[in-house]
Write a protein that binds this ligand. Sequence first.
Ligand code: LFR
Length: 487
Amino acid sequence: MKKHIAVDIGASSGRLVVGTYENGKIFLKEIYRFPNGIEERNDNYFWNIEKLIAEMINGLEAAKKEGINECTLGIDTWGVDYALIDVASNRIQEIYAYRDERTQSAIQNVKKQKSLKDIYKKIGIQFLSFNTLFQLYVHDKKELAKAHKILLVPDYLYYRLSSKLISEKTNASTTQLLNLETKDYDEELLQLIGVKREQFETLTEPGESLGPIKESIRKKYDIPQCEFICVATHDTASAVLGVPGTEKNFAYLCSGTWSLMGVENKSPIANEQSYNMNYTNEWGAYGTYRFLKNIMGLWLIQEVRRQLEKEYSFADLVTEAKKIKPFQFLIDCNDECFLKPENMVTEVQRYCQKSGQLVPQTAGELARCIFDSLALMYRKTLKELTLLNEYPIHSLHVVGGGVQNELLCQLTADVAEIPVIAGPIESTALGNIIVQMISCGELANLAEARKVIRESFPIKTYQPAPIHQLDEIDEQFTQLTSGTLGG
Ligand code: LFR
């Protein structure tokens, strides 16, 4: 029985999960977990990449202690952020975190040089100020010129552990630099940011074998013999692979720090309407496109929790929220002011005050405000998805950490008026692992993998219950959210 390890690193934590396929079922076991987060230095935000590498090795040592001598290994992380390396393979700078404010006006500045609509039509990616396109646009040009290679975070991690240089396709699409027609980096945009094609590697498909871990690392630490496999290195790409959608016409919601809500398509939709609503077509494994929208997600509650004086667990916040009358306080979760505020509590309060609403004061009220607003945003997004895809959506799969929030799952079903199928929580690690299993020939293809996932993990369905005056609430929310790009 083969062992496969997923290294799955998100914005707030990372983990190593072992996956095996036995008697028609997938089994997962988390063997190591570590914290992650952005660090502030001189008013900029960075990731501590050396710490992440050290933690990956700690995790591999833990795997060895569990008795794993041999395994395949895949890495996924968040998208868009990058390392620059010089000809001697040294990293040139620290890795900026996408919530850094340096790209705040970048979209507006690019707009003065190029039509955003034209960019969208050929690239098909939603405009987010932190996309690599905008990060490289504002990046110090001298430093960029010194870069022999520009590697997205998981590409860089693979490189550091295996010496193999790749530009994995699913994550590369989050740069907003890949042309839908040529299926490669877009020359015109590369010129705009002052980068040459050779500074990026050739695009690599998920499923490719990348060879063993570096001998120097293998000798230095007590770790298993690892064979790297290129997985869908963008965590959202992996998470969507891990959705147990065996029925037709399902939508998904990857619920973590971000809420990524969308559908899986065979071809991109990049027209005027999808531009106006700011939908993205991120490239997936196995010829799929993730037609989705980024919604600010559980980041809102994570940040509120961090600011509250009293210590609350997430479960406590849910309990407190349940005690509060719903829909009294609403925010446009996608307003840029929530991307990286000094203090999320005061930011939410300021927003409610400015929009002439009651102002949430207690932990319960703040949590209620966030959960209600997220559920309404999910409703709005589902309606848009139905409109843009021209086919009905019959169910919504929720995967990721948000599955544990039963209040939000039920609220989503009620507000969006759709059955919510919740689970598995670890869909990202699973998506990572099934690519390894398919690559090793244990599973035939994605459809089979999803069937196996559905049979292997507990999944709970929430049926929608009617909400009093939903149309009025929806109307109020629509007015609040009509101002932002794509709401
Ligand atoms: C989720 C995610 C999103 C991406 C954001 C920034 O972890 O990868 O898909 O838009 O982080 O990279």
